[in-house]
Design a protein around this ligand. Structure first.
Ligand code: TYM
Length: 332
């Protein structure tokens, strides 16, 4: 069976609709017929300042939401990155194969560091993509389900895997990105030129899965659209409507063409109202399930402990092979 790995940062109280449609939904599907490893990237989270108590709480909230979304601990390995020391160990090795300029060309780093200024940008933020490379290569992943914004990090992963293999002999699987085009970039509800994101979106532009469903429904109904009336998929001229069509299609399982037909001649108001309803129908039971997991931290921690045990086995074996190839003297 093919193996997949992916990760998500615990940097907010709630995941947003972009996280869910762009990534988590695919994770749930892929666990059915893949050897699936999914991690909460708490080490990536500390590349920007975190309050310790909040970070711990958000890690549990992340796990609860992933389980509520449908990850099944019997079908996948769900773990916390910092529980597996091999991630930072392999990161060091890979960082010694990464060019300084190569790392400097990562657009997420350039964007974030430009916003923060050089003195507030950490070295950790700079080497962040190399940690992600280690995350993926440790598990010999064939495919990595992510949204469009992670494509460049996956290119770096492929380059470094191939570079290591060429220099030291075949050690790592070179992974493919698994990006579902229709939902790879959910955009901000108020500004369709930017992606929906916890750092860049205004409160009315982002749908957090754990927000009050009524408030989220209202955000959908007041999403920015153009001055036309027809509900048709036109990325160029109707990016707001295109985004809502993508969201509606993913949430209801109805094809975009089918939705266009259903709303022909009915205008934006009707359409938005139904998208809002579909969202409420999804988030209401999702929130109930999330809260049930949050109410049982012992059970949650047991699931994560079991995941760590399984993940560690795979990670340790890969690290051992990499250490040997690179010429480290094995300890005895
Ligand atoms: P993160 O935590 O920012 O986002 C988690 C996942 O959500 C996707 N995503 C989106 N998809 C569609 N539309 C959007 N508006 C949108 N916003 C976010 C992201 O593409 C991502 O798949 N560096 C990663 C976490 C990570 C990782 C890994 C991923 C750490 N190690 C190893 C894959 C493999 C990140 O910050 O994702």
């Amino acid at each position: 069976t093919r193996r997949v790995l992916s990760g998500i940062q615990p940097t907010a109280d709630s995941f947003h609709l972009g996280n869910y449609l762009g990534a988590i939904r695919q994770w749930v599907t892929l666990q059915e017929n893949h050897d699936a490893f999914y991690m909460i990237a708490d080490q990536h989270a500390i590349t920007v300042e975190q309050d310790p108590k909040v970070l711990r709480e958000r890690t549990r909230r992340s796990a609860s939401q992933l389980l509520a979304a449908g990850l099944d601990p019997d079908r996948c390995t769900l773990f916390v990155q910092s529980h597996i020391p091999e991630h930072t160990q392999l990161q060091w090795v890979m960082s010694c194969l990464t060019g300084f300029g190569e790392a400097g060309r990562m657009t997420q780093f350039k964007d974030k560091s430009a916003k923060q200024g050089a003195d507030r940008t950490t070295v950790g933020l700079f080497t962040y993509p190399v940690l992600q490379v280690a995350d993926i290569l440790l598990y010999q992943a064939d495919a990595v389900p992510v949204g469009e914004d992670q494509r460049q990090h996956l290119e770096l992963t492929r380059d470094l895997a191939a570079r290591f293999n060429a220099r030291f002999g075949r050690t790592f699987t070179v992974p493919e990105p698994f990006i579902v085009k229709d939902t790879a970039k959910i955009v901000d509800l108020q500004d369709p030129t930017i992606k929906m994101s916890k750092s860049a979106s205004s409160p009315s532009g982002i749908i957090n899965l754990l927000d009050e469903p009524k408030a989220s429904a209202k955000k959908i109904r007041s999403a920015v659209t153009d001055t036309g009336r027809e509900v048709v998929f036109d990325e160029e001229n109707k990016p707001g409507i295109a985004n809502l069509l993508r969201i509606a299609s993913a949430l209801t399982g109805r094809a975009v063409a089918e939705l266009e037909e259903a709303y022909a001649g009915r205008g934006y108001g009707d359409f938005k109202k139904d998208v809002a309803e579909a969202l409420v129908e999804f988030v209401t039971p999702f929130q109930e399930r999330t809260n049930a997991y949050l109410d049982d931290p012992a059970e949650l921690d047991a699931i994560l402990a079991k995941g760590a045990l399984k993940a560690r086995e795979v990670a340790a074996e890969t690290l051992r092979a990499a250490y040997e190839r690179i010429g480290f003297l094995p300890p005895r």
